[in-house]
Design a protein. Structure first.
Length: 615
């Protein structure tokens, strides 16, 4: 502990106490204070401070600037006087200096007074000794106590969301570019193990909403938001970015870049690096410049393709394919564009219209080309793994999936494949943990949240499953019948028949509503109605999910033999499909395996043969 004027600094606890109260200093901010206190009255250059505080990381000077700003602000708060800011002087082109006296602060039980009978000379020597010891304490704190503080904070992972950047161009026609820049920065930040970065699906879902910073942060469950704007004029571009602390609604870092369009990837790296440094995180992996295409035109085509790929309206998949194909025509070595093309072709190969062999072939060619061009690109590896998995070539899929997982273990698509793989191998607990992690990273994705709820239901965690589904409907009031049916399953098992009936009434007439009514078999006075619904349901299914729901209704009512006959027929039909469509059998088995309503069948010897996985 040491003192600067009326401030007492406790390096162990990371706090500063003064007339204005007590403040908690961020570890790096405390580090700046300790270093300047150890050299009170002397100038420390920026390079010296960067080398001492970030010895194993490459960061920009913005990180140090942010720390000094926070130090001045918080010490003025602790001191209750704005004059405490002026203790820390900035000397242009030289560095920083603490212009204040540093003394040792007495610990509990000690008195700062001199002992009786000491001479003035002895008192002066004692004071000088304390001043010397203050410097030693600061040095020891920097060398020994600082790592301990870091270890205490290691358990806290800072969370940040990158919001879509605003297109400020005169014609408002650069939305694809502003979105692309924000997404590239987001992807770069995900390479930091010290950050939890919200996925694009969730952070971009809040575009244009009437919410303030704290509300957006609460919706996404993050501490920090990165927002910005892009203005393009010819081959010049201006990118402005601000990192905001949601708790205080204050800027931690901001900067404007005026560059040529060709410097775009350098800007993305600088923004990501500055944000990571401001949050005491270190970026790993490759820079944006490392994956940059040779042609800026190819990059623009790629970004325009991503707009349609993410939007998913009628015809958007075909539009995205056209842009991605233009990107690889402009730059045949652009691996990310090839991987994106594989993803777009996958949508068309396995869409609502059924399997399309021609699109599947194009999907595989694009994914293989991406991996050949850049084997260290996680997006390429996961797209090739996806193609092999969907083609029934599981051994090859697993190899590429493991490679993708090693390259980018936090990518939601990679994690979703990991959860599917865990379920396929029968490790439901691991699959559930992964789905929870995915929802934490992508909290506004209805698909991921429903998958998480399904696994909670399968684990008999009914209250938690309902909570997740309630939150899903809160975020997406227009969620479709599949989601309503999942909630009906939960409410039925909870014997909340009136609540279940209210949701069944929201379903359109037909298969979904009849399934819900069939589950009302045990509701008071509803048996005849449930029987009639089951009779209608027997003639309605058009896909394997419909047959699974029919089997669930039978198993729930105790007619296990009928449930087995339905599921066995479906398995046999799917096994007779072409090899390229065998993935549908895998999807069928995964859905059967995760169904809580089919649990009464598990003790029957027929269950093992029904759910055995194909080679």
């Amino acid at each position: 502990m040491f003192r600067i004027r009326d401030l007492v600094i406790d390096t162990r606890a990371g706090v500063v106490t003064g007339p204005g109260g007590t403040v908690n200093l961020d570890p790096k901010v405390m580090g700046v204070l300790v270093e300047l206190a150890a050299s009170a009255g002397q100038v420390l250059s920026r390079d010296e401070l960067l080398a001492k505080l970030w010895p194993d990381a490459v960061v920009t000077e913005d990180a140090l600037t942010r720390c000094v700003y926070e130090l001045r602000r918080q010490l003025a708060q602790a001191g209750g006087d704005e004059r405490y800011r002026t203790m820390f002087q900035t000397l242009p082109k030289r560095g920083y200096r603490l212009d204040a006296k540093v003394t040792v602060a007495p610990t509990a039980g000690e008195s700062p007074r001199e002992s009786p009978g000491r001479s003035t000379g002895e008192g002066r020597k004692r004071t000088l000794w304390f001043v010397a010891m203050a410097a030693m304490v600061a040095i020891v704190a920097a060398a020994l106590l600082w790592p301990a503080q870091q270890r205490r904070d290691a358990g806290h992972v800072r969370s940040v969301a990158v919001l879509p950047f605003t297109d400020m161009s005169a014609d408002k026609d650069q939305g694809y570019l502003s979105d692309g820049i924000a997404e590239e920065i987001l992807d770069r930040l995900t390479q930091s193990p010290g950050l939890r970065v919200i996925a694009r699906t969730s952070s971009f879902a809040l575009r244009g909403v009437s919410l303030d910073v704290p509300q957006i942060a609460a919706r996404l469950d993050v501490e920090y938001l990165l927002e910005g704007s892009v203005r393009r004029s010819g081959d010049r571009i201006r990118v402005t970015a601000q990192l905001i602390d949601a708790a205080t609604n204050s800027h931690l870092w901001s900067r404007t870049f005026d560059r040529s369009l060709g410097d775009l990837f350098e800007i993305q790296d600088e923004v990501a690096g500055s944000v990571a440094a401001a949050l005491d995180a270190t970026l790993r992996g490759r820079s944006a410049q490392a994956g940059a295409p040779a042609s800026i035109d190819a990059y623009q085509s790629y970004l325009q393709g991503k707009v349609f790929f993410h939007r998913r309206l009628a015809g958007d998949a075909e539009r995205s394919v056209a842009y991605f194909e233009e990107a690889v025509r402009q730059d045949p070595k652009f691996a990310r564009a090839w991987a994106a093309l594989a993803g777009a072709c996958s949508l068309l190969a396995h869409g609502a219209g059924g399997f399309d062999a021609a699109w599947s072939a194009r999907q595989g060619e694009a994914a293989q080309r991406a991996v050949v061009l850049d084997p260290d690109l996680a997006g390429a590896q996961v797209r090739l793994a996806q193609f092999y998995w969907q083609s029934g070539r599981r051994t090859e899929a697993v190899g590429h999936f493991k490679r993708a997982l090693a390259l980018d273990p936090d990518d939601p698509l990679v994690l979703a494949m990991e959860a599917t793989s865990a379920q396929y191998s029968g490790d439901h607990a691991r699959a559930l943990r992964i789905w929870r992690q995915i929802v934490e990273q992508d909290p506004l994705s209805p698909v991921y949240r429903q998958n998480y709820a399904t696994f909670l239901l399968a684990a008999d965690r009914l209250d938690e499953a309902r909570t997740q589904l309630d939150k899903l409907f809160e975020q997406n009031p227009a969620a479709g019948p599949d989601t309503i049916v999942e909630l009906v399953r939960v409410l039925t098992l909870m014997e909340r028949h009136d609540d279940a009936d209210a949701w069944i009434a929201r379903l359109p007439p037909g298969e979904y509503r009849d399934f819900g009514l069939a589950l009302m078999y045990y509701a008071p006075g509803r048996r005849a109605e449930a029987d009639a619904a089951l009779d209608r349901l027997r003639g309605e299914p058009v896909d394997f999910s419909g047959f699974i729901r029919l089997a669930e209704a039978c198993a729930f009512r105790g007619t296990n033999d009928e449930a087995f006959r339905i599921l066995q027929r479906q398995r046999a039909a799917l096994e007779n499909r072409q090899p390229s469509e065998r993935y549908i059998l895998t999807n069928f088995l995964n859905e059967v395996d995760a169904s809580r309503l089919l649990k009464p069948l598990h003790d029957d010897p027929r269950w093992r043969s029904l759910t055995v996985r194909p080679d």
